[in-house]
Ligand binder design. Structure first.
Ligand code: CAA
Length: 258
C-alpha cells in the first residue's frame, strides 16, 4: 500500500511509519491522520509484525495539527468532520505496542500523537509543547487528559496554559519519554527496542499493553480485576505452556502467538 503523507516500511518484525510532510514540519492534516490510522491497523493485523514505530524527521516529529487546514472551519465543520474520533480513536484501538521516535518539534497534535503511543524515545533536540492557546484554542487531541496522567498537573497546566516547552532532558525528568539519545542514534534505538518487544509472546504483550492502559482509564478495583481476568486467560495459551516449560528446561522459548 502506498500513501501520500506517510512512508511505511517493515524492519524485521517492526512496522516503521514516517510522517512525511517536511516542508510544513510534518503538520498533521486529516488525510495524513487517516493514512496513519490505516497503516497502523494493517500492521496490527499482520502476524509477521510485533510492534510499530512512528517517527517524523530530525527537524520535526510533528508541529501540530495543520493550522491552515483548520483556520476557516466552524464548530459545525469540526463536529461533522470529527477528525479526532475518526483517526485518534482508531489509533487508541491499536493492540500492538507503539513507540514514538521523536526528534525536533513535537507540538500540539504532534505531542498528543506521541503521548498516545505507549513509549517515547527522543533525540537530544526534541522539544515538546502544547502551544494551542497561541491560536485561541486549546488541545483537542487528548493532551488535557493524557498529559496530566503522564507528567502531573503542575507541568501540564504550564504547558497547556502558558506554552511551556520541555526539552528532551526535561521530558525525561518528568517521565514523558523513556530515553534520550543523540540525533544519529534515536531512531535506531527505538527500532531496537521495538524489535525486542516484538520478539516476545504476542498475546501476553497485547494483553499487557491493554492492562497498563486500563490504569489510565478506570479506577483501581476495576483495573486490578481486569488485570486478573487477562492473567488467568493467558493460562489457556500455548505460549504460557511453552514459556514455563522453556524456563524449566533452561532453553529459549519459541513463541507461537497462540
Ligand atoms: N500547521 C501548518 N503549517 C505549519 C505548522 C502547523 N502546525 N507548523 C509549521 N508549519 C509550516 C509553516 O507555516 C511554514 O510554512 P511556509 O514555509 O509555507 O511558511 C513551515 O511549516 C516552516 O515553519 P516555520 O517557518 O514557522 O519554521 P520555524 O522554524 O520558524 O518555527 C515552529 C517552527 C516554532 C514549530 C513554528 O512553525 C510554529 O509555531 N508552528 C505551529 C505550532 C503550533 O501552533 N502547533 C499547534 C497546532 S494546533 C493543534 O495541534 C490542535 C490540536 O490539539 C489537535
Amino acid at each position: 500500500m502506498t500513501y501520500q503523507f506517510i512512508l511505511s516500511e517493515k524492519i524485521k518484525r517492526v512496522g516503521l511509519l514516517r510522517i512525511n510532510r517536511p516542508k510544513v514540519l510534518n503538520a498533521l492534516n486529516g488525510e495524513l491522520l487517516a493514512e496513519l490510522a490505516q497503516a497502523l491497523e494493517e500492521y496490527d493485523k499482520a502476524p509477521e509484525i510485533g510492534a510499530m514505530v512512528i517517527t517524523g524527521d530530525d527537524r520535526a516529529f510533528a508541529a501540530g495539527a495543520d493550522i491552515k487546514e483548520m483556520a476557516e472551519m466552524s464548530s459545525v465543520d469540526m463536529l461533522l468532520r470529527d477528525r479526532i474520533s475518526s483517526s485518534w480513536d482508531r489509533l487508541r484501538a491499536i493492540k500492538k505496542p507503539l513507540i514514538a521516535a521523536v526528534s525536533g518539534w513535537c507540538l500540539g497534535g504532534g505531542n498528543e500523537l506521541a503521548i498516545a503511543c505507549d513509549m517515547i524515545v527522543a533525540s537530544q533536540s526534541a522539544v515538546f509543547g502544547q502551544p494551542e492557546l497561541n491560536l485561541g484554542i486549546f488541545p483537542g487531541g487528548g493532551a488535557t487528559q493524557r498529559l496530566p496522567r503522564t507528567v502531573g498537573k503542575a507541568i501540564s497546566m504550564e504547558m497547556v496554559l502558558n506554552n511551556r516547552t520541555l526539552d528532551a532532558e526535561e521530558a525525561l525528568h518528568y517521565g514523558l519519554v523513556n530515553y534520550v539519545y543523540p540525533l544519529d542514534e534515536y531512531l535506531e534505538k527505538a527500532l531496537t527496542m521495538a524489535n525486542e518487544i516484538a520478539a516476545r509472546a504476542p498475546i501476553a504483550i497485547q494483553l499487557a499493553k491493554q492492562a497498563v492502559n486500563r490504569a489510565f482509564e478506570t479506577h483501581l478495583a476495576e483495573g486490578v480485576n481486569d488485570e486478573r481476568q487477562a492473567f488467568y486467560l493467558l493460562f489457556s495459551t500455548v505460549d504460557q505452556k511453552e514459556g514455563m516449560q522453556a524456563f524449566i528446561e533452561k532453553r529459549t522459548a519459541e513463541w507461537k502467538g497462540r
